[in-house]
Design a protein around this ligand. Structure first.
Ligand code: SF4
Length: 368
């Protein structure tokens, strides 16, 4: 397939068709028309790699807990992560907190209005900067996210993957070309809605308002665009998880920054190179691993194993409940003994929260 260039007639026709369609068929999202930069920023960060439906309850809770950039900046990272817990991609939450500090301490609480300046904030890429600039300040800033990338790819019959450097260049250049000076925020929202509801993975070309502008439709290659990059099979990871108890306390570590679940709390664990077998030999091996981290424990019981998928990893988790006997934790990750009540306030990795819930529900009866 060849590149398709667009001319100014095409741009005018495309804008008109998009606006006309949006006035009748735009989604009734609760945030349409909202222009508070703080709300737009939080929402757009949450929407990265997460669906609207999944984001809604989190957004509501987050804004109730941190209603403005000042409350967010003065919170602790743990408080922010606790509200974010379950939404995944935790670097987003850590960056939100860091960026709130920049807005309050370095910008004096006043938002910058241009996409270029907004891009200086931690965790704010070109898309988020364009979204804040156009939705909150009505600046003619282009946007490319999942829905618009698919739509744009088809409009110009992009012959390379949208995520390739050439693909990204082409899509951003088209986004720059189409964004209007008049009500650019509304126009950008219209593009997202069109990509989400008409030019979806299964394109609905029969009802598409921009069909006459679409090169993929013209060339009858809609089902081949955008080019799909085959996904690698998930990698299996086998782990034994240590649930170490001392009276009414449980031992947790903080996952190091830069690792899976970085910044969150969770139970210590060890990787195994094959499925964990609940045997006496494995229990002895766990006791040895714990001893190498400074503690002596008594084996109690194997708990029910479970699976959990994170990005391209399929985790097979086998918790083991043990009773602490002696010693201090000297493992590589920093750890603490916490009460079950305190555990509720800590931001936990999803798999660890699942184990914590089990402990809560069985507390009062025998462990396990
Ligand atoms: Fe997408 Fe089909 Fe519309 Fe082209 S005609 S933009 S492929 S829905």
């Amino acid at each position: 397939m060849e590149w398709c260039e667009v001319g100014s007639d095409w741009v005018s026709r495309f804008r008109r068709s998009v606006r006309r369609w949006y006035s009748r068929h735009g989604r009734q999202l609760p945030w349409v028309g909202q222009s508070d930069p703080y709300t737009v920023w939080v929402r757009e960060i949450m929407l990265q790699q997460t669906t609207v439906t999944a984001v809604m309850p989190y957004l509501e809770r987050f804004l109730a807990r941190f209603p403005n950039v000042e409350t967010l900046a003065s919170a602790t990272p743990d408080e922010v992560l606790r509200v974010w817990e379950g939404l995944g991609y935790y670097s987003r939450a850590r960056n939100l907190w860091k960026a709130a500090g920049v807005v309050v301490d370095e910008w004096g609480g006043t938002w910058r209005r241009s996409a270029e300046e907004l891009e200086a904030l931690p965790g704010v890429g070109r898309y988020t900067a364009g979204a804040i600039a156009s939705f909150a300040f009505d600046r003619a800033a282009p946007i490319v996210e999942a829905n618009t990338a698919r739509l744009f790819s088809r409009l110009i019959a992009l012959p390379v993957a949208p995520s390739s450097s050439e693909g990204r260049k082409r899509l951003w250049s088209l986004a720059e070309r189409v964004v209007p000076r008049v009500r650019p925020g509304e126009f950008n929202q219209a593009l997202i809605d069109l990509g989400a509801t008409v030019c979806g993975v299964e394109a609905r070309c029969e009802v598409c308002p921009v069909r006459s502008c679409c090169e993929a439709f013209e060339r009858d290659v809609v089902d081949r665009v955008p080019l799909r990059v085959p996904r690698a099979d998930p990698t299996d990871v086998f782990k034994v998880i240590l649930v170490m108890r001392r009276e009414r306390e449980v031992f947790v570590i903080r996952h190091p920054e830069g690792e899976r679940w970085g910044g969150l709390w969770g139970f210590p664990s060890w990787d195994r190179n094959k499925p964990v077998s609940c045997t006496k030999g494995e229990a002895v091996r766990v006791q040895r691993d714990v001893a190498a981290s400074g503690c002596e424990v008594e084996f109690l019981v194997w708990q029910k194993p479970f699976r959990h998928s994170v990005t391209r990893f399929r985790l097979h988790l086998q918790p083991i409940a043990v009773q602490w006997q002696a010693g201090e934790w000297l493992g590589t990750e920093a750890g603490e003994w916490v009460s079950l009540e305190e555990l509720e306030n800590r931001p936990l990795a999803v798999a660890s929260r699942r184990i914590a819930r089990r402990i809560e529900s069985t507390e009062g009866s025998a462990m396990g």
